[in-house]
Design a protein around this ligand. Structure first.
Ligand SMILES: Nc1ncnc2c1ncn2CCCCCNC(=O)c1cc(-c2ccc(F)cc2)cc(O)c1O
Ligand SMILES: [Mg+2]
Length: 214
């Protein structure tokens, strides 16, 4: 049967990227998505904004919701200091299988724990299962109708602390209106918008950075 797009993306990484070189993995995926097949990675333009926010926060404990093929996982993990850890949740088993291989090709498997399952099932188990107290940085890139309920769930589970930074992808396209209204109106968040474009296109999209105030 015909291969899937994530499988073809992984093949492009294994063909064009150098093992253990995260930047070459990022470049190979961006080239594949620009010149062969569009895929819903954050991409290079929004990816540079992600890089700058991660570098500013310099987090020890990171949660990523929605792994897909591992592109943003690699972007984030390559910037983490030694000993820092990234937990990434992926609902789709086929995506998770590809992402594991992409993360290994980048040589970042020691910094990353990829967990298969739904965010709402795993968020309540972060403390007892992973020994996590609170997260320093959370990247939201999963089902757009889960951004708001999962943010409230993280609050209720005590996973956010004063200063935890949430960064949300796709706040314009596909859009997360309920989440945006919440973080922009809540007294518990300081929020700001980074205008950009939908990955590999000219359509507007952007990232919302929200600092939890406790
Ligand atoms: N741990 C978990 N819990 C729940 N759901 C979970 C999950 N882990 C994964 N998922 C399931 C998420 C599936 C992918 C989510 N991302 C998206 O749906 C997405 C779509 C576009 C897009 C834009 C314009 C278009 F015309 C078409 C598509 C762009 C993006 O950057 C996107 O991130
Ligand atoms: Mg996205």
């Amino acid at each position: 049967t015909r291969s899937t797009r994530p499988q073809r993306l992984l093949k492009a990484v294994q063909k064009h990227a150098t093992r253990g070189d995260p930047q070459s993995v990022i470049s190979a995926i961006d080239h594949f998505c620009r010149h062969s097949e569009w895929a819903m990675n954050i991409g290079d333009e929004k990816g540079s904004i992600l890089d700058s926010v991660v570098s500013e926060v310099n987090p020890e404990k990171v949660l990523e919701l929605g792994t897909y093929c591992g592109y943003s996982t690699v972007r984030i993990a390559r910037l983490l200091p030694p000993g820092a850890r990234l937990i990434t949740l992926e609902f789709n088993a086929d995506y998770a299988a590809i992402a594991r291989q992409v993360i290994i090709w980048a040589g970042l498997e020691d910094k990353v724990q990829l967990v298969e399952g739904a965010s709402e099932d795993w968020i309540p188990r972060m403390k007892e299962h992973f020994g996590i107290e609170t997260f320093d940085f959370v990247f939201l890139d999963h089902w757009k109708d889960r951004y708001l309920p999962d943010t409230k769930l993280m609050e209720d589970c005590g996973l956010l602390r004063k200063g935890t930074v949430l960064l949300a992808d796709n706040v314009i396209c596909p859009g997360v209106p309920d989440y945006l209204a919440y973080v922009r109106n809540s007294l518990s968040y300081k929020s700001c918008y980074f205008k950009s474009h939908l990955e590999y296109t000219k359509a507007e999209d952007g990232l919302e950075k929200s600092v939890f105030l406790g």
